[in-house]
Design a protein around this ligand. Sequence first.
Ligand code: MV4
Length: 504
Amino acid sequence: MFKKILVANRGEIAVRVLRACREMGIPTVAVYSEADRMSPHLRAADEAILLGPAPAADSYLHMDRMVEAARQAGADAVHPGYGFLSENSDFARRCEGEGLVFIGPNSRALELVGDKVRARQTMEKAGVSIIPGMKSIPRTMEECRQAAQGLGYPVIVKASAGGGGKGMRVVSEEEGLEAAIEAGRREAKSAFGDESVYIEKCIEEPRHVEFQVLADNHGRMVHLFERECSIQRRHQKLIEETPSPALDAELRDRMGSTALKVMAAAGYTNAGTVEFLLDKDRRFYFLEVNARLQVEHPVTELVTGIDLVRRQILAAAGEPLTLRQEDLRQRGHAIEGRIYAEDAGRGFLPSAGKILFLKEPHHPGVRLDSGIAAGWEVPVYYDPILAKLIVWAEDRELACRRLAAALSDYVILGIQTTIEFLRDVIGHPEFRAGRTHTGFLGRHFSDWGEQRGDETARRLALAAAAFDGMNPAGSGRRASPASVAARRPSPWDSLGRWRMGEPS
Ligand code: MV4
């Protein structure tokens, strides 16, 4: 087993990975930027090394500094988490060259799945159904016009180096095609340094269903079923669940087998996810491979009982996979809500600042993966995810209720978060009915902020009063949160009960 693991990340995912290492008895080293000197992830590690200034390019994305930190600490493996360097094949190769084990897929597989057009070619050859579209990068506009006409509008322009929706444009008629291709090229060039774009048939209002795969270095592979991730806003996921309300045993079986076929064709190792689009007629298409541990991995852990980070570490150390597909089961239902430092009532504007007060929910069947603490300042430099609230229950309805209850008992003062927005989504009748698709939030929640204008002002006033009342250095007017809550009902009732010494 590894002598020491460097966790090349920050926030909740660094905490998550560091905890898995601790359970396994593996010493750890955390890294941090100047903006993260006080960050909670440092306390989850045995030691910590400063990478550099706050901007990610000077710290969490800086390969030389990362490798140097590993050398300095005497680490022999690196866990990249998600984002930052996690899907960078140059970094994976660099680690391989420095005698550091990259806890993720091998660099060849990383490279293949990072190139969308190459991945499509590979998957088609392997007999996997891909979205109808171009099989190579077009050279002329005429080629694009022909292809789009053949596919039928609407079509979608995608960046070959892309992913996550960058450089992507929907085109509803020929008139807009040329402009969309030009715009897509420019965006792809600036985002990925590669202006290659291609055209696919647009699948309308699809569901996003992905399959978790685990593979060892010896050709063994299993899938750990699906996650439904259709509740997104501008390619930022907000809620994920498993099982998907859209699958039955037969479809799940076919999609799972296809996911394994995809990963085998890519020569994939370690943990990864195969994304599919599922259309209204239950046809599914390969979309892309996410070559990392994903943000939403905990829902899979809760229904399968498998610790994915532990399995990643074992696989990277060369251990053979001991799981057998026929032994794996989905038990009950899990849902995750993502807590971002964003003002959902104002177009999800980032909301950085100090966390003045924090009360976390402790319900049965609740897991909280968090990277924050009271008194800590949320930096403006990084992805705004603060924490993930994940619940498990016997069935979907109970899981929804449990998540709603836990969200009601989750209080973060000082910054705006997505907590209330999540509670409203969970409570929506269409969500409860399982009728989710990638257009769900746009259809049902695009005016949420306007309805909530007064509510936000009221909440700010309550937050200020509550904080002043409990701060010994406050104004001394003693507007205790309990009295505030007594005059004004929810959402502070939970906080009020807690302050009165009655755990909620
Ligand atoms: C699509 C699509 C419809 N048709 N491709 C968005 C991110 C990138 N991973 C691929 N995406 C899409 N590709 C075709 N041919 C719709 C989306 C899409 C989407 C996909 C997954 C999850 C959420 C989404 C939200 C909007 C659009």
